[in-house]
Design a protein around this ligand. Structure first.
Ligand SMILES: [Zn+2]
Length: 477
């Protein structure tokens, strides 16, 4: 049987319904940092899916999985949604990954409106979660609902995974994906968000960096002591400064730890081309961050490359001694630094951590003097730029947006590797969040015209995805 494809697109009346549903979601606080309203929001979304004709249920982890040091953790549920194609039952499956949790609203006094108002002003809708990620979620739900209403079917199998802990680093996502591996089985993941630039070009991003978070502490005397003793007793803060200077050459931006770059692969011709084609407004970037030069006086091309593809070594916190008002002449007992290292594909956070320890021990920093703690880590992942699905998403987005920009990887970190590791599938970021935006900040908003385009883009993606030959041999669960 031929699949039912749809040529119509989302109209203004349907946009009114989309806005009303988005307001319902924004008005339900769902803050993962404080656990406020999470399950209520999950139930709301699950019911919205059911009303749209999408089968939905809430998934939970086993109680045993949630007990840590004898305390039962409240892990918020994952909302699962599924629509099977009647006309194309053996089609490939597309999975939309989103999250229903939001960031806290502080500082609340900086908001012009109630953060959970969902107020519409002109082309903008305001509120926590309006763009990150309830606005993105609603475009996907409405695209599927629209196709179901128009055709009574979907042209390919579609799944949803909407988690409630993205804003706190998705600590249980891999456990969920592992536990519900069969249920979540799919061929492509459409990532939770994506950007649109000021010229209304969709930025399709294919990867996320990994991260290694560490804390290094240098121990000195048994307590903070009188600073007159600095002629006799070594100050741990000096020692820490010396240690840090051995990790990174801040002039040329290179990490000095032995073996750090071993897994970094050279770029292919095609990747180099994508990088060269990606626009980068050097002047605007410098203005935004109040800087006059990049590290090592690098130019746009090198900076684009570094943002997407190079590992970093960053000091995110440095603390020792007396740092308040006035003078206090002490020699501190301890000096510490927090460091985050962004990683690229094939770098394993645990192996990199071992390399850091080995390097510092070899430089003479003993275990008694210097403690090096692993705080957390996540690997990177990058969908290959020549994947057939990248082409599909690019072609679909080109029809809806005024242009398309390919980006090899975001400079940030996220759990994309979880889907590759456990389900073996690639992920592509495409969405409707304008750049610059106020995600995570007061007065978060999203653009209604972009929500409209986003919805039409997902209708197009679903249509085009259904044209891929299905998995005839294997029965989909
Ligand atoms: Zn966010």
């Amino acid at each position: 049987m031929d699949n039912v494809l749809i040529s119509a697109s989302f109209n203004e009346d349907q946009m009114h319904e989309l806005i009303a549903d988005l307001q319902i979601l924004i008005r339900q606080p769902s803050i993962s940092a404080t656990s406020e309203g999470l399950e209520q929001c999950a139930i709301l979304i699950s019911n919205m899916m059911k009303n749209a004709g999408i089968d939905s249920e809430l998934l939970y982890l086993d109680i045993e999985d949630q007990i840590e040091s004898g305390i039962t953790k409240q892990v918020p549920p994952v909302v699962f949604g599924e629509v099977k194609s009647k006309s194309n039952p053996h089609s490939k499956t597309i999975l939309f990954y989103n999250h229903y949790d939001v960031q806290p609203v502080d500082p609340i006094e900086k908001w012009n409106e109630d953060p959970f108002s969902g107020k519409v002003v002109g082309n903008l809708i305001y509120g926590r979660g309006s763009s990150d990620d309830k606005g993105e979620l609603i475009t996907r739900l409405k695209a599927v609902e629209f196709i179901l209403q128009k055709t009574g079917d979907v042209p390919c199998n579609i799944k949803f995974l909407v988690e409630g802990e993205e804003e706190i680093g998705s600590p249980n996502l891999s456990d969920y994906v592992r536990k519900y591996k069969q249920k979540l089985d799919c061929d492509l993941v459409i990532w939770e968000s994506g950007y649109v630039d000021k010229d209304q070009r969709a930025i399709i991003s294919l990867g996320q960096k990994g991260i290694l978070n560490t804390e290094i502490s240098v121990n000195g005397p048994s307590r903070d002591i009188h600073s007159s003793l600095a002629v006799a007793i070594e100050n741990p803060a000096w020692k820490l400064v010396n240690l840090l200077s051995l990790l990174y050459d801040s002039k040329d931006g290179k990490i000095l730890i032995d073996g750090w770059y071993n897994e970094v692969k050279p770029l292919t011709e095609r990747e180099l081309q994508v990088l060269a084609d990606e626009p980068f407004n050097e002047a605007a970037f410098k203005k935004e961050y109040g800087i006059s030069n990049f590290i090592n006086n690098q130019k746009s091309y090198e900076i684009k490359k570094a943002l997407a593809l190079e590992p970093s070594c960053n000091i995110s916190g440095l603390y020792s001694g007396y740092t308040k008002k006035g003078v206090k002449t002490i020699l501190p007992a301890v000096a510490s630094a927090k460091l985050d290292f962004r990683l690229v594909p094939e770098m394993d956070p645990k192996i990199q951590f071992e390399r850091l320890i080995n390097y510092l021990r070899a430089k003479g920093f003993s275990e008694q003097e210097v403690s090096i703690k692993y705080l957390s880590g996540e690997p990177a992942y990058r969908t290959p730029v020549d994947s057939q699905y990248v082409k599909l998403v690019v072609n679909s987005a080109s029809k809806i947006f005024s242009g398309v920009i390919l980006n090899l990887s975001s400079s940030g970190t996220g759990p994309m590797y979880v889907f590759k590791d456990i389900l073996g599938v690639d992920s592509i970021c495409i969405g409707s969040t304008v750049l610059p935006n106020k995600m995570h900040s007061p007065n978060e908003f999203t653009n209604l015209d972009l929500l409209h385009k986003g919805t039409n883009c997902f209708i197009e993606i679903i249509n085009n995805f259904s044209k891929f030959p299905g998995n005839m041999s294997e029965e989909k669960q």
